[in-house]
Each structure stands twice: as C-alpha cells, then as structure tokens.
Design a protein around this ligand. Sequence first.
Ligand code: GAR
Length: 190
Amino acid sequence: MKYVPRLGVLVSGRGSNLQAILDAIKSGTLDASVEVVISDKPGVPALSRVEKSKAVVVDRAAYPSAKDFEEVIASKLERRQVGLVILAGFMRILSSAFVGRFAGRIVNIHPSLLPSFPGLRAQRQALEYGVKISGCTVHLVDESLDGGPILAQAAVPVLPGDTEETLSERILKEEHQLLPKVIREFARTD
Ligand code: GAR
C-alpha cells in the first residue's frame, strides 16, 4: 500500500537539510508532506523556510526540565499526526521516553561516517584526526549521542588543504541527497 509519510522536522539552526526535503517534495521526487517544523531556539533561519502555521518554536530555555520540553514537542508532533520525525540539524539528545514514544520513527542526519566523530563539529573532528575519507550518515535515533542503527551513508574525500568550511560544504552536498533518499525508502517500504 502507498504510504505518504507525514513529517515533523526538528531543527536548531540554518535548515538547509529541511530545504532539501522541501525541494524534493516540490519537485515531485519525494512523496511526503512536512506537517510541522519545530525549533528548540527562536529566530533561526530554518523557521522561515515553511509557512508560519507550520513553524513552531519550543524554546528549551522556557521549560524547567528536559522532560517538560520533550513533552511539548511530542504532543505537537502527535497533534499533527506526524508519522516520521526528522532531526535535521537538531542539536539535542532525546531521552529514552521520547525515543520510545516514536520508536523506529526518528531519523537523524550527521556529518560524519558514524560511529566515527559523533557530537559537535564532526567535520573539524575528522580533519583533526587526519582521516582521508569522511561523509555523512542517516540513522535511526536511540537515546545516545548520534547513535542508533545506520540506514545510509555517503562518503567524500578529505582533500589536501581542506578547511572545516570546505569539508563541511562537500559533505553538506551529500547530506542534501541522502536525507530525501532515505525518507523515500520509508515511503516505499511501509
Ligand atoms: C548538518 O550538517 C547536520 O548534519 C548537522 O548539523 C548541520 C545542520 O545544517 N547535524 C549534526 O551535527 C547532528 N549531530 P542545516 O541546519 O543546514 O540542515
């Protein structure tokens, strides 16, 4: 049976991966709908990539605990009947309670070949380590930092003279292909 995923996209910043999803939907290469975009910070560029009714801020600073913060996010996702939660540059670890509530339906993109270089500034970590190949990973989310079963990866070379910026840009191009591709697979298999 055809399944068109209703997406909830969690963001913390620029939102170029969100844009890649929106572009793929618009061009007809991805059969999905973005129902809501939730940012843990106000005023980030990602929020202005969708119409106002779909852009929601759940400011972590406004909640006394991570539990309260996650409860608000989860109820907003459920209210819009989201079937698949996409972490597209969402820079927080989710609790096992949240992960359990959307079991097997949370997907993250990370700019390294996991399990290498989880966490912040993965591209800089790769450069500092001296690897010759890096890339990006899309994986199902568990409660660990950038952890969970790997769904897909794309590799890029690390070139002599690369900076954090040039490597990030090369990886980002691959991220923008890989994330819509994985979502497309969900649409096919469910
Ligand atoms: C992307 O490179 C994404 O892989 C990374 O943040 C960036 C967000 O860019 N995510 C992580 O590092 C998660 N640990 P975007 O806001 O332009 O999509």
